[in-house]
Design a binder for this molecule. Structure first.
Ligand code: HEC
Length: 151
């Protein structure tokens, strides 16, 4: 007969296994989700920059669609920064440790981005779009400089 102690240890082992791999799956899902959000951000910038440069005509519908796409992809943002998603963990990430050591700074960078994006979204013609865009570009850059590892 298996003693209670052995059974207890076995059960504890199974739980540890279960929950370590579950946490790892969570970390992987979080990192993939935030990278997908960032890719959608990149797609948004690719729509906007040619308009800024005058290579493409102003197109409010295309701008709005690119913002909606990014907002959809980034909807779960707040849940993607668990301690198990730090750099140096099991899943590769370009996130910097400063996201966790300077959480207030990271949050401020996120807020600057949301504000700038809303201003671009609220722009209604070429002139107001061109006036609002630089702050959005700066918000991407500002956060990356502090919180994303250079390629
Ligand atoms: C509040 C911080 C923050 C803001 C604002 C931000 N980013 Fe990022 N970005 C990150 C972090 C952190 C990563 C690394 C994510 C990872 O690898 O886990 C990243 C990664 C990326 C990547 C690489 C994604 C991949 O393929 O792995 C792209 C592209 C990108 N960002 C574009 C943008 C653009 C464009 C904007 C502005 C419209 C923007 N980001 C705004 C923090 C930010």
């Amino acid at each position: 007969m298996v003693s209670k102690t052995v059974l207890g240890l076995f059960t504890a082992g199974v739980i540890a296994l279960c929950c370590t791999s579950a946490a790892m799956a969570d970390a992987k899902a979080s990192i993939e989700a935030r990278q997908a959000c960032m890719k959608a951000n990149g797609g948004m910038i690719k729509v906007m920059v040619p308009i800024i440069k005058g290579q493409k005509p102003y197109d409010k519908a295309a701008i709005d669609a690119s913002i909606a796409n990014a907002q959809k992809a980034c909807g779960g943002w707040a849940d993607w920064w668990g301690a198990d998603t730090k750099p140096g963990g099991a899943v590769k990430t370009e996130a910097k440790a400063e996201i966790w050591s300077d959480a207030a700074g990271f949050e401020a960078a996120g807020k600057a981005y949301v504000t700038a994006e809303a201003a671009v979204q609220a722009s209604t013609d070429e002139a107001s779009f061109k006036a609002a865009f630089p702050a959005l570009g700066k918000a991407c850059q500002g956060c990356h400089e502090k919180f994303r590892q250079a390629d």
